[in-house]
Write a protein that binds this ligand. Sequence first.
Ligand code: AMP
Length: 293
Amino acid sequence: MQIITTKIELQQTVSEFKKNGKSIGFVPTMGALHEGHISLINCSTKGNDYTVSSLFVNPTQFNNPEDLKKYPRTFEQDKKMLEAAKCDILFMPEISEMYPEGDKKPFYDFGEIATVMEGRFRPGHFDGVAQIVGKLFELVRPTKAYFGQKDFQQLAIVNMLNDKYLSHLKIEVVPCKIIREKDGLAMSSRNLRLTKDQRKSATIISQTLFEIEKETRRKRIDELIKQAQEKISSDKNLKLEYLEIVDNKSLKSVSDWNESKNLTACIAVYNGTIRLIDNINLPSSDYLRYSGK
Ligand code: AMP
């Protein structure tokens, strides 16, 4: 695996790769890698001639300076994991390389999908995400770019960024399923910061979502949300920020199952000072009918 730290070298190397019509898969990350990240690398290596990954803790997407400071950094271990997963190029720039002096934030308008849930509680977060993904897409110009459904709303933003502002690059954004620990907890770099006690509490987050999945279209939405709120508030470490059942496209919160066939339950919870998010795609009414459930 080749490690590259400058934009110019990255551009030169990928354009060499692209000669003779070779395909490039791209996996952007902020490091502190786990099996979730590696599943994206595996999808990329299966589907492309070359795989490029980036490791950059992007300061512009952190609305909380403490979160940025404490974000886990495990660079040496990350390199080993990427190497073992047969990643071809690791792009690891300094902050000044991505944000040289005088660099201007581009204006992107994502409408309402950027103002709900994460957008509401982390103002400016998606502007920062779009800023860095836009820069990386322009540099790497991959055939396909892989993103985890773990960051459900981020995926919607990246899709809109790609379709509305970067369609000239002709990149296919590929969504990848959420990878979970054995007990259901969605893998996340922030899990590294949990104490033993908080790690136990964390399993309640995915359990809550699995219960909603089980009761989808059987119980009323307000009943399910109330049940979930009670479960979370009964744990001393957990504090619910939001729990919403939203339409997959508009990301609008629904209060009745008939409002949409394609729904996802999204949750954000503080576990001590560590903020965790998770989501689950809910079965459609068709699924319930055909499966005889
Ligand atoms: P991050 O390093 O947290 O910015 O994540 C980099 C990429 O990995 C994003 O596309 C995430 O959605 C994805 N990702 C993070 N955690 C998981 C997971 N548990 N399962 C699948 N993809 C994940």
